[in-house]
Design a binder for this molecule. Structure first.
Ligand code: ATP
Ligand code: PRP
Ligand code: MG
Length: 283
């Protein structure tokens, strides 16, 4: 049995649970239950405050966990990272009151800055040669300038709407973050085997999310032009249609190149193009 720690409730929770389910793992979850067991994989899930997850994994209370890089690096435990997960993307930024003058980071010299990330902030300020008074608070950081607690803040930003609602202006990016899978560094052979199985499934899910299955019809005369546009995993599948002189081509395309390829396919004479999501992709 391997023990996974995820955030109980917050910005990491939904996508963490979604990823586990997409790996084909089923479990019952009730909001009041802080521990559950999967029904079809030897996995136990602990629901915790995100700040506690790196420490629990480092100590072996949990074997693996999902947490934001901002929390992991703040706690000095980045060496536990196994895999970037691509969700809960955000940045740790410095912000000042909307009306405050700000030229560059030296404008913060001698100022007080409220944050929940004193280590990341201190490292950034030191790298810029700036000395400031760091005031550590555990939440509602954006309120600090308006109540006279600090001159500036250093907090998590995604859309920027929390800053705007609190009369603040983002001025520097201190750290970029996304969710990561972390693991204890001394897992025994059995737990390591289970971790490798989970990683295999996660990679299949991630690959599938970046790809689309494309089906189209084309006159046989257009196939030489279309084939190089659809390299797929090996090469496209070509099946003759009932109508003489026509074929159906099937392939996988990468999401990043998708619109560009569709445009070129149409120009080459493709018709009836169907685009289908892929659930899992292996090899
Ligand atoms: N607005 C956001 N958009 C995307 N990701 C975010 C956002 N805010 C935070 N995150 C990421 O999600 C993590 C958890 O954020 P959340 O705000 O839920 O934490 P929290 O309030 O400290 O929760 P907890 O109660 O578990 O301590 C952060 O550490 C960060 O990595
Ligand atoms: O740039 P935005 O899109 O506005 O997001 C940023 C906000 O999101 C997070 O808080 P959250 O809403 O998770 O609440 P919390 O303070 O309870 O953690 C973070 O601490 C910021 O306050
Ligand atoms: Mg927290």
């Amino acid at each position: 049995m391997i023990r996974l720690a995820i955030q109980k409730s917050g910005r990491l929770s939904d996508d963490s649970l979604k990823l586990i389910r997409e790996c084909g793992i089923s479990f019952l979850s009730a909001s009041s239950k802080l521990k559950t067991e999967a029904t079809n994989f030897p996995l136990e899930i602990l629901f915790l405050r995100d700040d506690d997850i790196p420490g629990y994994v480092a100590d072996g209370v949990a074997d693996i966990g999902i947490v934001g890089q901002n929390v992991l690096v703040e706690e000095g435990l980045q060496q536990l990272t196994v895999k970037n997960l691509g969700f809960s993307k955000c940045r740790l930024s410095l912000a000042v009151s909307k009306g405050d003058a700000y030229a560059d980071v030296t404008s913060l010299q001698g100022k007080s800055i409220a944050t929940s990330y004193p280590n990341l902030l201190q490292e950034f300020l030191t790298s810029k040669g700036v000395q400031a008074d760091i005031h550590t608070i555990s939440g509602s950081v954006e309120i600090a300038p308006s109540i006279g607690l600090a001159d500036a803040v250093c907090d998590i930003v995604s859309s920027g709407s929390t800053l705007i609602s609190n009369g603040l202006r983002e001025v520097e990016t201190v750290f970029k973050s996304e969710a990561v899978l972390i693991a204890n560094q001394n897992l025994d052979a059995e737990k390591n085997h289970l971790l490798q199985q989970l990683l295999f499934r996660m990679e299949a899910v991630q690959k599938a999310q970046k790809s689309k299955y494309v089906v189209l019809n084309a006159p046989n005369s257009a196939i030489p032009q279309i084939k190089p546009l659809l390299p797929g995993i090996k090469s496209p599948t070509i099946i003759p249609l009932a109508e003489e002189g026509w074929s159906s081509l099937h392939s996988v395309v990468n999401e990043d190149d998708f619109w560009d390829i569709i445009q070129k396919l149409k120009e080459a004479g493709a018709e009836g193009i169907l685009v289908v999501p892929i659930e899992k992709m292996i090899g």
